[in-house]
Design a protein around this ligand. Structure first.
Ligand SMILES: [Zn+2]
Length: 352
């Protein structure tokens, strides 16, 4: 009668031994919907018993599974999935082992996640610092040369500023450069007509600073505002912000190659990408510390430390809502920064 109640699912094929050590015969294990297990071949039943009375070995990799019947009959099969499927509901060994391993599995998964977060949060920043410290000066020089050459070939034109204005701006630039650790020799000011780039000022990692005519036009006659921007850009150079940004983008793998001295194609890609990355925006933290640098350097050079805040206001008025690739779009969150610059200038001026 139990022939009618056999599950529709397929049986599991294996070998049946009437007793341990007895010769085996190919057989099939099936389980009825009433929970009765049966081993048979075509026409002959070898063994049968309720599932709960079976002794089923735990799953262990691809080791053959043993199902022992109360009368000593042994069914063996390599079909682990099949045994789980047939007996999973009531297989005590399997459920027990699952419960035993569960907390350990969760702990293991948590450890893997923590390791990944740890590498990203702690190892990567530490490796970025090592890479910055070990970078030979030839690397930023090459990156900068490439970036400026490609900008000159594509968007920039020759400056149309008259010699007098250029001289006044250069003299302010040099005043600031003299008060930096890199000194006067560490910086070069380049005048350009901005073309599609428009009003902008940016520093390349080797200390070349580019100022566009369009930015000078926005400042009208207030050169002090441009000096504030220079001081901000010198801050990016002094802090090696471009390199940090570049190495962060390279990630752990790229840094291992770079620090390991394996200048293979991967490391070469990182350096080639550098030219493009020189035009990307800095992080919020980098901007904040460059603003701070501007305030401090302007005070050291005897200039107005709030000049850059004044310039942010002009930028917000002139370029406010427009969506473009200029100094303003790469220097967002202007109201907050104006406030911070003015607060800092007041704080530092109070100290002297
Ligand atoms: Zn900046």
């Amino acid at each position: 009668m139990w022939k009618d109640s056999i599950l529709a699912s397929e049986g599991v094929t294996g070998v049946f031994h009437a007793a341990a050590g007895a010769p085996g015969a190919t057989a099939t294990l099936v389980v009825s919907s009433a929970g009765v297990a049966r081993v048979d071949t075509a026409g002959a039943i070898f063994a049968q018993a309720p599932l709960g009375d079976l002794d089923i070995s735990d799953r262990l990799g691809s080791v053959a599974r043993r199902v022992i019947f109360p009368d000593g009959g042994l069914f063996e099969t390599a079909d682990n999935d099949g045994v789980d499927r047939l007996t999973g509901r009531k297989g005590p060994g399997f459920i027990a082992s699952l419960e035993r391993f569960h907390p350990r599995l969760i702990l293991f998964a948590a450890l893997i996640v923590a390791l990944g977060v740890g590498v990203y949060r702690y190892a990567l920043p530490a490796m970025v610092e090592i890479a910055v410290a070990w970078t030979p000066p030839a690397v930023p020089a090459l990156m900068s040369k490439g970036a400026l050459q490609s900008l000159d070939a594509t968007v920039f034109g020759a400056t149309t500023l008259d010699k007098e204005r250029q001289h006044a701006l250069l003299s302010g630039f040099n005043d600031l450069a003299r008060h930096t650790p890199r000194g006067l020799a560490g910086y070069t000011l380049n005048f350009r007509s901005g073309g599609a780039i428009g009003p902008n000022a940016f520093a390349l990692p080797d200390g070349n600073v580019v100022l566009t005519d369009e930015l000078v036009a926005l400042a009208k006659e207030d050169d002090e505002m441009i000096f504030g921007v220079f001081a901000h850009e010198l801050g990016h150079v002094e802090h090696a912000d471009s390199l940090r940004r570049l190495y962060r983008a390279a990630g752990v793998t790229g840094l291992i190659m770079l620090i390991g001295g394996d200048i293979g194609s991967g490391a070469e890609d990182i350096l080639v990408q550098g030219a493009g990355l020189a035009a990307l925006s800095y992080s919020r933290e980098q901007e904040a510390s460059a603003d701070r640098y501007s305030v401090e350097l302007m005070i050291k050079a005897g200039k107005d430390p709030t000049a850059i805040a004044r310039f942010f206001r002009v930028l917000a008025e002139e370029l406010g809502d427009k969506d473009r690739q200029d100094f303003f779009s790469t220097h967002p969150d202007t109201p907050g920064r104006i406030e911070e610059v003015e607060r800092l200038a007041k704080e530092l001026a109070g100290k002297d």
